[in-house]
Ligand binder design. Sequence first.
Ligand SMILES: Nc1ncnc2c1ncn2[C@@H]1O[C@H](COP(=O)(O)OP(=O)(O)O)[C@@H](O)[C@H]1O
Ligand SMILES: [Mg+2]
Length: 264
Amino acid sequence: MARRVAIGNNKGGAKKSTTAVRLAEALAKLGKRVGVCEVDPQGNASRRLGWKDDPNNPPLTTSEAIEANAEGVAAQVWQPIGWTVPYADNIVVMPARYTLEDRVSEAGQRGAYRRLAKALKGADDHLDYVLFDCPPSLGHLTQMALAAAHHALGTTEPEYDSLEAAVRYRDFVSESGEDLANPDLDFIGLVVSGYDQRVGAHIGQLDNSRKLFGDQVWGVVPQRSLITNADEYAQPLSEITGSHEVRAVYELLAQRFIKEVPAA
Ligand SMILES: Nc1ncnc2c1ncn2[C@@H]1O[C@H](COP(=O)(O)OP(=O)(O)O)[C@@H](O)[C@H]1O
Ligand SMILES: [Mg+2]
């Protein structure tokens, strides 16, 4: 079984999807095999990885894997990503489109919160890590990811509302393990992204994130337009001119990830 990490924050724009995609990229460059499992009906991580939907012949997605309610079905859903760099072969995606929202109405059905874990059973043995890109809510979709995960990783912008939402995610994770039949689930770290040292609020909230999360602050990604552009155009960072500094930041985060998430 891969080691599974749920990337979350109880707010949109907190850099969850960018963290999932760029961590996957940095881990893949280090030779790790990574599955990005999209648990957000927005599908941002899938698109940024270059995955393309086909309305005429729609590929299977996380939604169908959950809906099937059967052990191991996720094995049929992993797909190659769309990047053409050599290390892209180390990344697969379980994509999502807006239809994933339909799974929310099934939350009251028996065992619904375990359906993603069930789908993944035996379906990620070929991977080192699975990263769940969670939606901004703490509702059913995030709970399915947390029921399937070994660990939870928070993200945040260095701003009040985002940091408060990271604390909510951390506390929710800490309190929910037993309820999700996953008592060993733990919160392992926080990635602060979009830091601009010219903004007073950012200086104050980076300081606060260290006060609130201590050693669990894994690193700080500076605010850089090249990251927005790489996400916008669904490109790997290694294809972006001048991305050396940013790649180094994500490589350090990937090293910390490997240290904090021990192999099975
Ligand atoms: N370090 C950064 N510098 C500048 N823009 C960033 C950075 N990290 C992420 N972004 C951009 O910020 C926006 C929000 O990030 P996203 O990952 O989509 O947030 P979430 O998934 O939490 O809603 C996106 O447009 C993304 O490209
Ligand atoms: Mg997102």
